[in-house]
Write a new protein. Structure first.
Length: 311
């Protein structure tokens, strides 16, 4: 049984007589124990999908199940199995950090939860703020409390919606260390983020949304290799770029003394023919770098495509 099952989810917003399709038939299974990335530009439909998973919004069509429980027809069990860290900083200004977490425990009928609350606070570096009022905390500390609230009932599925937006490096490192530990212990993690280097380092599999539809879905390394390939960067002291290499060219930067070129390659065995063409053309090679493509290359390529790669 998948941790999250999304089947043909559609959502359209209506305002002022106009319609905006936020989700256009999204289908996706996220397996138990995955660290899964849900990526896309602003307006792609990520937050709308998370709101439907969390039961905060209803789809116009389609179904969503969390740990096998329908988020509409069996919302209590679905919500018990889910922890969501929202993108917005939402907090009650009248309680301390510990009181906030105790109240959150009470919403799920959990009593005598202080041992777990203490462990969460210790792992998120909140212990010295336990008795501080929420309104007195910095934005980064409030973000940590939101994460703690999502974890207080020990949900098997955790959704993080831009959890490190606008926070410092220290919080990012603290958060990812704790979340990675929970993932190793069997928790399913779903992450949306604009920090693509974080997604590449943490996620095993990724889906990309564009205009409310999935345009890419694959294992992280498979997606990087299949979509983007690598780049061969060369710096030439003299000579003219052979015409047979023009179709591989990504970028060029030339002046009177030197020329820099970047070529797209899909396999390492394509490097030698490029170098041979340069030698045969009388080019003098001054520098060479082989760069592996990363998630940002993939993201820009897919989002810049007119049709993407529909799944």
């Amino acid at each position: 049984m998948a941790a999250i099952q999304i089947s043909n989810v559609q959502k359209t917003y209506r305002s002022g007589g106009k319609q905006l399709q936020a989700l256009g038939g999204v289908s996706l299974d996220i397996e138990q124990g995955e660290f899964f990335g849900l990526l896309g530009p602003n307006g792609a439909g990520k937050t709308s999908l998370i709101s439907i998973i969390a039961g905060l919004n209803r789809a116009d069509a389609g179904t969503v199940r969390v740990a096998g429980y329908d988020v509409v027809n069996d919302y209590r069990n679905a919500r018990r199995n889910l922890g969501v860290v929202p993108q917005e900083l939402v907090f009650d200004p009248f309680f301390t950090v510990r009181e906030t977490l105790r109240l959150q425990s009470g919403y799920f009928g959990i009593k005598k939860n202080d041992d777990w609350i203490d462990e969460i606070m210790a792992n998120l570096d909140l212990t010295n703020k336990a008795d501080a009022n929420m309104r007195a905390l910095s934005g980064g500390m409030k973000r940590r409390v939101l994460v703690a609230q999502a974890l207080v009932h020990r949900p098997p599925v955790i959704v993080l919606d831009e959890p490190t937006a606008g926070v410092d490096v220290e919080l990012r490192q603290t958060l990812w260390k704790f979340i990675s530990r929970l993932n190793r212990e069997g928790h399913t993690i779903v992450l949306t983020t604009h920090y693509l280097e974080e997604a590449q380092a943490l996620c095993n599999r990724v889906a990309m949304l564009k205009a409310g539809k999935i345009v890419a879905l694959d294992q992280m390394q498979t997606l990087i290799k299949r979509i983007s390939g690598s780049q061969l960067r060369v710096q030439l002291g003299n000579g003219t770029l052979p015409t047979e290499l023009q179709h591989l060219l990504i970028t060029s930067d030339t002046d009177r003394t030197q020329a820099r070129y970047a070529f797209r390659i899909n396999h390492h065995d394509e490097v030698e023919p490029i170098l041979a063409s340069l030698r045969n053309a009388g080019c003098t090679l001054e520098d060479l770098q082989l760069e592996q493509a990363d998630l940002e290359d993939v993201f820009l390529q897919i989002m810049g495509s007119s049709q993407g790669d529909p799944q």
